[in-house]
Ligand binder design. Sequence first.
Ligand SMILES: [Fe+2]
Length: 319
Amino acid sequence: MTITGIDAVTYGVNDLAKASAFFADFGLRLRARGAARVVFTTANGAEVVLRPRTARDLPPAFERKPTLRTLTLGVDSKSDLRAIARELGRDRDIAIDRDGTLHALDDHGVPLAFRVSRRRAVKNGGTAVNAPGAVQRIDRRATYYERAVPRSIGHVVLAVPDRDRARRFYERRLGFQVSDFYRGRGVFMRSGKLTGHHTLFFLESADAKVRLNHVAYSVRDIHELFAGGLYMSGRGWKTAIGPGRHRISSAYFWYLANPAGGLAEYYWDEDFATARWRPKTWDPAPTTFAEWVLGKGLPRSKALPPTREKRDAKPKTRA
Ligand SMILES: [Fe+2]
């Protein structure tokens, strides 16, 4: 049984219109809009489902504010689903929807769902880059993006009271592997034969509660990451931190405060790993979190500085 990645995230929100506006600006495609359910998709078909926080058919919330209410993981086949049902059914309640989606809680009470993946492979389509000895873009100008169009839901980060307990559950029961340890702070985990550095990251919670930290959405290239952050800033959404570049996972990032819960991260160029990847234990330090980081976004250029000719020109006088 191999979990192939994140198929959907369901948020329980206070204000459906505001959360919808956020994800529309964030660059997701609107798939369905109802009075009590709005669905957006990333380019690869992964879904962001927005529901009112008080919806009765949502699983119990692990925090009393807008947050993640279901994390849906994708698998390849129905036999994978049956294997997960057998495994988790040994010690917890499981429920199966009419469409075959399996529901269960993890060991911290985080609501999980499993389904045969509805995601599809997408071509990247990012900007070919030119560098000495590696010229890829000839007779073509580089891409300028107006805004981002995220490709996929890459990872979810949760603060939990016991990260070792989380690690054991996902490693032993669901086949995840550890990618890296953050000493005394957290564990990065991934699932799949060849996959991005982390699908899940469990941080040790400061207050013994489960909290959503962020959900990360991949973009095509560094230009799209900057364009996405600039566009969101221009629309009035607040940067939490970024842009910057992580030391662990190597990815560039830009985090925004998300009215649907936690932060939403644009990211690009993370490490990819197979079974040959060797986990490392990183000591916490500012430079471990990020090689460099800006706190609150980037200034968009407003006007060109005056040219030398204009600056030096003498005021015109009447003859
Ligand atoms: Fe992240």
